[in-house]
Ligand binder design. Structure first.
Ligand code: PDD
Length: 277
C-alpha cells in the first residue's frame, strides 16, 4: 500500500515515524475512517468536521483544508479494485522529547491511506454480542487513537465467540467497542444522546435523519440494561458496520435478548442502501 506521511506519498514499508512521536509514547493523536461506496466518498464533510472538532478538543494546531482532497487522492492511487474502500487518517500531535508537558512548537504528523473493505451484503449479517462494564475514559467524544479499552472490550467479545461488546456505565448502555447502539421498543428508537460518553457517530447521524424521513419516533436517551427484556429490536451502526441487526445479547453468560432482524431495522437498512449506492 501507498501511504501519505507528513508531506509525501510513499510505499508503506518506507513510512516510518520517530520513537519520540507522541502518538507512540502517549497515543496522543486522533483518527478517522471515511467510507467510499463505488469509489465515491459518503458524508466526507461530516468526517472532516469531526476531525476538526477532535483537533480543537485536543488543542492540536493542524490545517484540515487539504484533508478532503488527500482522501480522494488516496483512493485514486490505490491499486485494489475501486469498488468499495475506506480511508484511514491519523493526526498525531507530533515529535517531542518525552514529557507530559505539551510543547508549543510541535509539528503534527499526518498519516493517511486507503484500504479495501466489503460494504456490500451487510444486511443479513446478524451480530451475536455480549455486554460488559464500560471502563473507558470520560472523553469518548474524542476519536482518540488511545483505544486500549476499546480493543480490550472487543477482544473479550471475539475471544469468547461474540461479534461485538456493548458497553454500559451506571446501568445504562453507552455504545459498542467500535459501534453505536440503537434499541427499538414499541416502535420507538432509542440511542444514547451525544456528549462525552459516546463518539458522535456519522452513521448514527444518518440513521437519525432516516428516522425523521420515515416518521419513526426517536428518543435520544441512555437505555437501561434492566430494560433489555422489553426490547423488540437492537441494531448497531458504524462506518464499516453500516446497520447491523443484533441477534442476541449475553451478559455474564446469561442470554438477556434474542431476536430475528426486526421490521424497523430492515426499513432503515433498505433506506440506507438507497442513500449510499
Ligand atoms: N469506529 N463508537 C465508537 C467507539 C467507534 O469507534 C465508532 C467507529 C462508532 C461509529 O462511528 P461512525 O458511524 O462515525 O463510524 C461509534 C471506527 C469505524 C473504527 O474505529 O474503525
Amino acid at each position: 500500500v501507498e501511504v501519505y506521511l507528513n508531506d509525501q506519498w510513499m510505499p508503506s514499508q518506507e513510512a516510518t515515524v520517530s520513537v519520540f512521536d507522541r502518538s507512540f509514547m502517549f497515543a496522543d493523536g486522533i483518527y478517522e475512517v471515511t467510507p467510499f461506496y463505488n469509489g465515491k466518498p459518503f458524508r466526507i464533510e461530516d468526517h472532516v468536521a469531526r476531525v476538526k472538532y477532535c483537533l480543537q478538543q485536543m488543542n492540536i494546531d493542524f490545517d484540515i483544508s487539504a484533508l478532503h482532497d488527500f482522501m480522494l487522492e488516496a483512493v485514486e492511487r490505490s491499486t485494489f479494485s475501486k469498488e468499495d474502500a475506506a480511508v484511514y487518517l491519523q493526526i498525531s500531535r507530533g515529535m517531542a522529547p518525552r514529557s507530559h508537558f505539551i510543547p508549543q512548537e510541535i509539528k503534527p504528523t499526518l498519516l493517511l491511506y486507503a484500504f479495501q473493505v466489503n460494504l456490500a451484503d451487510f444486511e443479513d449479517r446478524h451480530w451475536k454480542v455480549m455486554a460488559s462494564e464500560d471502563f473507558r475514559w470520560h472523553r469518548c467524544d474524542i476519536k482518540s487513537t488511545a483505544l486500549l479499552a476499546n480493543t480490550m472490550a472487543n477482544d473479550a467479545a471475539l475471544s469468547a465467540g461474540y461479534d461485538e461488546n456493548l458497553l454500559f456505565r451506571n446501568g445504562h448502555f453507552t455504545e459498542g467497542s467500535h459501534t453505536t447502539i440503537f434499541f427499538v421498543k414499541n416502535k420507538t428508537v432509542y440511542t444514547h444522546p451525544e456528549g462525552r460518553q459516546i463518539l458522535s457517530g456519522i452513521t448514527r447521524k444518518v440513521v437519525l435523519e432516516l428516522c425523521r424521513d420515515l416518521d419513526i419516533v426517536v428518543k435520544e436517551e441512555a437505555f437501561p440494561v434492566s430494560g433489555l427484556k422489553e426490547v423488540d429490536e437492537i441494531f448497531l451502526t458504524g462506518t464499516t458496520t453500516q446497520i447491523a441487526p443484533v441477534s442476541s445479547v449475553t451478559i455474564e453468560g446469561k442470554e438477556m435478548f434474542a431476536s430475528q432482524k426486526g421490521e424497523i431495522t430492515a426499513r432503515l437498512q433498505e433506506e440506507f442502501v438507497k442513500r449510499t449506492r
